[in-house]
Write a protein that binds this ligand. Structure first.
Ligand SMILES: Nc1nc2c(ncn2[C@@H]2O[C@H](COP(=O)(O)OP(=O)(O)OP(=O)(O)O)[C@@H](O)[C@H]2O)c(=O)[nH]1
Ligand SMILES: [Mg+2]
Length: 444
């Protein structure tokens, strides 16, 4: 599959499907102005001039379709760096479809997903990291995801990558010089130091990858424990409303149940599960097996231990099987006297779902566990492609540090290629571009 052509005129509805107050049809390419002039009659009868707003009506042979406002942008001062027209109409699906049809009739081609942004990238107006940040911004559901996307758009990540690249380029150049003048040798300060600095920068970025992914995609939080431990009550307390049935009959929750919530700006899917126990009941048994599966795949599990009940051997067994990095121990019903003591060699968070005590501390612990110690850092690596490529880059830099000059040079060539692949400044496979832009919506 080849990339779509760059020099024809594309059209798409840029606003979300459904009914809205305003809808936007966007055109990009050499015929944009010509097409708009065929369809649009400005009230003041003046020709479209970039930088000004025109009010008037859109019409076909049969008459007026709708009132419209037209924005026009001349190349290269536009989103795509081509001539761009935005037609704003009322946001009804019928009017938008009709205008879209007419732009096609006048010669525009229906845009592919992300094609406007792809043009902006291929025309050199933005780099690939910025293009991907556009997608992140459109999809951002949480404040942290939005903040990350804004950093990407403002080139904060590109600037970090540039710093890494400049150290690598410098060392690569120094090695080349030694090939030409072998007697000189590469000084420590021209080899080890810049490479170690680059490695430090890469590691700093990679340390934020998990937090970035969670900000982008959200996290799955499983509430697990024995029957009656207070899982459904804790879910309801975190949500602030009654979502899950609570009763003092052990085994109340038999199937798992998901509910969305936000904790310290992190989008979270909380999952209430069936209490873990050996059971003869086939339905409950299948719920218990689902619970174990959910806990194994969740980003974080809260294991609840009832303050008013001695933990059982089953509790200890499950706790032993939990990864400390992906679980928190919760002392539930902390308003009741605690009838047992045990040192788990890790914190136990006391919480009362009925009284509300400990909930805020638990939320803080949840967000710290999910984000690691990078919660306060400015820039997170939120894109999986960037993280994967940067991981490979890291290994190559590490290898180069310990390699003789000729092999180090080969590693560093690879590093420079990988960095260019992230920003899209080097040769980049068409399939990679297709894959990236296929995730966009049409009109972006
Ligand atoms: N005093 C007190 N009682 C609680 C608290 N949380 C839950 N309970 C009580 O403990 C019982 C069990 O609560 P649930 O939330 O249904 O427990 P569960 O873990 O979901 O139980 P299953 O669904 O059966 O696995 C109910 O009678 C709750 O009212 C709490 O914080 N304090
Ligand atoms: Mg329950």
């Amino acid at each position: 599959m080849a990339l779509p052509p760059l020099n024809d005129t594309i059209t798409a509805i840029a606003t979300a499907p459904g009914t809205g107050a305003i809808g936007v049809i966007r055109l990009s390419g050499p015929e944009s102005f010509g097409i708009a002039e065929q369809l649009f009659s400005p009230k003041n009868r003046k020709p479209l001039s970039p930088g000004s707003v025109h009010y008037g009506s859109l019409h076909d042979d049969a008459g007026v379709i709708d009132e419209a406002i037209v924005l026009s942008f001349k190349a290269p001062h536009s989103y795509t760096a081509q001539d761009v027209i935005e037609l704003q109409t009322h946001g009804g699906p019928a009017v938008l479809r009709r205008v879209l049809e007419l732009t096609q009739k006048c010669g525009a081609r229906l845009a592919k997903p992300g094609e406007f942004t792809m043009r902006a990238f291929l025309n050199g107006r933005i780099d690939l990291v910025q293009a991907e940040s556009v997608l992140e911004m459109v999809n951002a559901q949480s404040e942290s995801a939005r903040r990350n996307a804004a950093h990407g758009l403002s080139k904060a990540l590109t600037e970090q990558l540039d710093l890494i690249q400049s150290d690598i380029t410098r060392v690569y150049g120094n090695i080349q010089a030694v090939f030409d003048y072998p007697d000189e040798g590469v000084e420590e300060s021209d080899f080890q130091m810049p490479l170690k600095r680059a490695l430090g920068r890469i590691d700093q970025l990679l340390a934020t990858a998990k937090a970035g992914q969670i900000a982008q995609k959200g996290a799955r939080l499983a509430l697990v424990g024995k029957p009656n431990a207070g899982k459904s009550s804790l879910l309801n307390a975190l949500l602030g409303y009654q979502r899950s049935i609570v009763s003092n009959t052990p085994g109340t929750t038999r199937d798992y149940l998901e509910a969305p919530l936000t904790i310290n700006n992190i989008p979270i899917t909380a999952i209430d599960t069936a209490g873990i126990r050996e059971t003869e009941d086939a339905i409950e048994a299948s719920g218990v097996s689902a619970t174990k599966n959910i806990a194994a795949h969740a980003d974080l599990s809260l294991y609840l231990l009832d303050a008013s009940q001695e933990p059982s051997s089953e509790d200890f067994e499950v706790i032993d099987s939990l990864e400390p990095g992906r679980s928190l121990l919760v002392l539930s019903k902390a308003d009741l006297p605690q009838v047992w003591q045990h040192d788990f060699a890790r914190p136990l968070y006391p919480v009362s779902a009925t009284e509300g005590q400990g909930l805020e501390d638990l939320k803080t612990a949840i967000s710290e566990k999910l984000l690691g110690d990078v919660g306060s850092s400015e820039l997170w690596l939120s894109n999986e492609r960037h993280a994967q490529t940067l991981k490979q880059t890291r290994d190559l830099v590490e290898q180069a540090i310990h390699a003789p000059d000729d092999l180090a040079a080969l590693d560093l060539e690879e590093v420079l290629r990988a960095l260019a692949e992230i920003t899209g400044r080097g040769d980049i496979a068409e399939e990679t571009l297709e894959h990236i832009f296929a995730n966009f919506c049409v009109g972006k």
